[in-house]
Ligand binder design. Structure first.
Ligand code: XIL
Length: 508
């Protein structure tokens, strides 16, 4: 029996972008070629469409080897708002021998994401697969300490650099019984709560997820996950979200009642996300399989958008060139929205349409690799135009209070209208800890928040924004930083707020 089959069968940072020559040239060309019709920006990216729906991101998995493929990274860096390392943060990569940690590969993914103003979904801390042999060889009495050490070291290393962690991955068998693993064998089901508590202690701001496959629709496995998560919540275990992998196959049918299933988890007070979406088929593809695939992608987007707390969708890499499917499921493939030549497939159009793209430009289904169209995106210029050194607005407090870095990536949808993602880093530059905080700033006129943001509670009155700590990041030790953020809309021209107060004391 094969895993991931649905049935038991075999198996800037600011402003630099807006004013770029590339974007200006694109508008000029559009004006000239379309005559009197108003200039329109290139099609929005999947991430922008998702943000316009009030969500946090549309993302892709990636891997280290692919980062030297420039046509590939051009799309990876511009189309997506979130990156998940497909392998580089797994146990066998990070801690191949006990207490020897190697973060090189994970760091390379984080560096890429930061250079393109993308968030990172950390994947994964505790999983039965890609687990080095030394863990399985430990005496049961040593497993808990080894697990806690692994979580603590890794989550501490990536503290402030990841939006979320898949803390526990794939805890269940397909029939809803607990999967055996060195962790389960040594600690029983208690390993799960222990892993979440350890992760929260190491990184108080990352959103902590449990993640699994074949829980997308209702059924025994989803029920098992639901009762586990209900129990964790009622015990006060720090869990923030449930990840639905979404490894689908046209030959197995679409998950039952996916939206209602997501909704019941959201109703427990959790975020939900589609974390590893792909829709494979038995090769060769034909028009009927492709039509089914398009429908499945549409259905998944609709299910997520139908649930307010569905924060994001990640596809498990974006191109068939780097899909895990052919290597894992013999004879299957063509699972992703871009083909092996980095050309958009009908699945891409299905996703974009489900996210509300009504009138794609004529090039919508053409390559975006051969000539990266200035897609009015988070990095409209083909060369990365965003970097952490590109003058984010900074408000140091010489008196020793707080420093705020407001890093926004705005994009233009049509003349004078667009969206943005703002990531805000608050540093306690004083010598005493901060316990409970409120950050206040004014959004420039014409700007609004489009969703509730992350890692803070946002109150908006006119243009005044107050971001208040959530329970797990109320304390900021002396010298420590925490990260929060939100998505928004702008009109006119984009500018970032320039002054901030923390607990009513100016950070400037
Ligand atoms: C896969 C990777 O994509 C492959 O490169 C690797 O060989 C095996 O793992 N569920 C998960 C992911 O949580 O970590 C898996 O990723 C796919 C299934």
């Amino acid at each position: 029996m094969s895993a991931y089959s649905r049935t038991p069968r075999p198996a800037l940072w600011r402003a630099v972008i807006i004013g770029s020559a590339a974007a200006a040239a694109a508008l000029l060309v559009a004006t000239m070629s379309t005559g009197p019709t108003p200039a329109r920006a290139a099609d929005p990216t999947l991430h922008q469409l998702m943000v316009n729906k009030g969500r946090v991101y549309f993302g892709s998995a990636t891997d280290n080897g692919e980062l030297s493929d420039t046509p590939y990274t051009t799309i990876l860096g511009s189309e997506f708002g979130s990156i998940t390392p497909g392998n580089s943060m797994k146990w066998d990569t990070i801690e191949p021998t006990q207490n020897t940690f190697n973060f090189t590969k994970g760091d390379a993914i984080v560096t890429f994401a930061q250079a393109h103003n993308q968030i990172v979904r950390g994947h994964t801390l505790v999983w039965h697969n890609q687990l080095p042999g030394w863990v399985s060889s430990l005496p049961a009495a040593s497993v808990q300490a080894a697990m806690e050490n692994h979580i603590t070291q890794e989550a501490t290393h990536y503290k402030g650099k990841v939006y979320s962690w898949d803390v526990v991955n794939e805890p269940f068998n397909d029939d809803g019984t607990y999967r055996t693993s060195p962790f389960y064998n040594a600690m029983g089901t208690a390993y799960i709560a222990d892993a979440f508590r350890t992760a929260r202690a190491a990184d108080p701001t990352a959103k902590l997820y449990i993640n699994d496959y074949n829980i997308d629709g209702t059924g025994a496995k989803a029920d098992a996950m639901y009762s586990l998560v209900s129990s964790l919540k009622s015990q006060g275990v720090p869990i923030d979200g449930v990840g639905f992998q979404g490894h689908l196959a046209v030959q197995y049918g679409f998950p039952t009642n996916m939206q209602a299933n997501l909704q019941r988890f959201a109703a427990l007070g959790l975020d939900v996300a589609i974390t590893e979406l792909d829709v494979r088929m038995v090769l060769p593809a034909d028009s009927s399989k492709v039509a089914t695939q398009n429908q499945y992608y549409t259905n998944v987007v609709n299910a997520c958008i139908g649930v307010t707390r569905c924060v994001g969708i990640t596809i498990w890499d974006y191109t068939d060139k780097y899909s895990w499917v052919p290597g894992t499921f013999s004879g299957q493939g063509s699972a992703l929205p871009w083909d092996e030549n980095l050309l958009k497939k009908p699945a891409y159009s299905a996703i974009a349409a489900a996210l509300g793209l009504t009138s794609p430009s004529p090039s919508a289904s053409a390559s975006s690799s051969a000539s990266p169209s200035p897609s009015a995106s988070r990095s409209a210029s083909p060369s990365p135009s965003v970097s952490p050194s590109a003058s984010p607005s900074t408000s140091p407090n010489p008196g020793g209070g707080c420093k705020v870095v407001y890093a926004a990536s705005p994009w233009t949808e049509s003349a004078g209208v667009g969206g943005f993602t703002a990531n805000i880093t608050i540093t306690n530059t004083g010598s005493t800890p901060i316990s409970g905080w409120s950050l206040k700033f004014s959004l420039p006129s014409g700007q609004t928040l489009t969703q509730s943001g992350w890692s803070a509670t946002y109150a908006v009155s006119g243009q005044a924004v107050t971001a208040t700590n959530v329970s797990y990041n109320s304390a900021i030790a002396a010298g420590a930083s925490i990260g929060i953020g939100f998505n928004g809309r702008w009109t006119g021209s984009y500018t970032s707020p320039t002054s901030f107060t923390l607990n009513n004391v100016a950070c400037s």
